[in-house]
Each structure stands twice: as C-alpha cells, then as structure tokens.
Design a protein around this ligand. Structure first.
Ligand SMILES: [Zn+2]
Length: 71
C-alpha cells in the first residue's frame, strides 16, 4: 500500500487577482499589474475613503427662482 502520493508537486499558488499561475518574481501574483491591483485594493481598504463629497464653492450658485412677469 502506498500512502504517499508522490506524484504531486507543490502546486504553485494561483494569482489571487486573476487566478492565473503566479510567477516567482511577482509572487504571489502573476504579474506586476496584479500586484498593483492588489496593492491599490489594500490601500483603498485601509483608507476607506468616504464617498467623494462635492465641494460646492460659490462658483456654482443654485438656480434662483425665476421671476415671472405677472401680467
Ligand atoms: Zn494575476
């Protein structure tokens, strides 16, 4: 009885971003791009930036009610 599945080599970890084979130089990602994607995801989580608030300056005043001539 053979109990050791020697046929299996350590499977390389797939890229967590796109699930492709990861490359040693980009470990654990498959490419620089995926590494960047992960990094930016991480950053956005860390900073958890709230929804962009629209800064209203005096540049765009609200539309004033139009004075209609009372005829
Ligand atoms: Zn990838």
């Amino acid at each position: 009885m053979t109990d050791a599945p020697a046929r299996r080599e350590r499977p390389p970890r797939p890229c967590p971003i796109c699930k492709k084979m990861s490359l040693p130089q980009y470990h654990p990602f498959c490419s620089r791009r995926c590494a960047d994607v992960d990094l930016s995801r991480w950053f956005s989580e860390v900073y958890a930036a709230p929804a962009e608030e629209k800064e209203t300056d005096d540049e765009a005043p609200p539309p004033a009610p139009r004075d209609e001539p009372d005829a």
